[in-house]
Design a protein around this ligand. Structure first.
Ligand code: GDP
Ligand code: MG
Length: 162
């Protein structure tokens, strides 16, 4: 069985865009408005001749009450079936309350977590990514899923922990 990498993060941070970038094709549904994607979708992926399974997450209904709970549950399920986790944050927005509630859950797992500061489209965003060190999840990886910036380095890092 191929190792499984789950991509978690609040809606709209660019998880599905990152999945498509890693796959090299547009297969995961990218939405300008969050909340429409299917719950958990698995994709066969490959990097440097190594196969792994990518799990995209998202697609919960917006329900003002209990949204933090629902987000945490989604992430928790994905983490349970994964060997490693990519936790994606929008570097241009910073850490929100929803990011914080997902992190509480992530801190309980012993599985490797790689922190991604997405939407780092150019080097002006790198200082925003650097502030993500403060999350205590180790080195934040500056990535632009949309343009591909930083994705090869991220994949090399993923292969070290998967
Ligand atoms: P998800 O809800 O986390 O799966 O996020 P999506 O992949 O659906 O993307 C949400 C929005 O962010 C879309 O409008 C994307 O085009 C945009 N987006 C995703 N990645 C990037 C990026 O690296 N840079 C910029 N500027 N926008 C991005
Ligand atoms: Mg998505």
């Amino acid at each position: 069985l191929d190792p499984v990498l789950a991509i978690v993060g609040r809606p709209n941070v660019g998880k599905s865009t990152l999945v498509n970038r890693i796959l090299g094709r547009r297969e995961a549904v990218v939405e300008d408005t969050p909340g429409v994607t299917r719950d958990r979708v698995m994709y066969p992926a490959e990097w440097n001749g190594r196969n792994f399974t990518l799990v995209d997450t998202g697609g919960w209904e917006f329900d003002a009450k209990g949204i933090h709970q629902r987000v945490a549950e989604q992430a928790e399920l994905a983490v349970e079936l994964a060997d490693a986790v990519l936790f994606v944050v929008d570097a241009t927005v910073g850490v929100t309350a929803m990011d914080e509630s997902m992190m509480k859950m992530l801190r309980r797992t012993k599985k490797p977590i790689i922190l991604v500061g997405n939407k780092a489209d150019d080097q002006r965003t790198d200082s925003d990514v650097a502030t993500l060190w403060g999350l205590g999840l180790g080195e934040p990886w500056a990535v632009s899923a949309q343009h591909g910036r930083g994705v090869a380095d991220l994949l090399d890092r993923i292969m070290e922990v998967l």
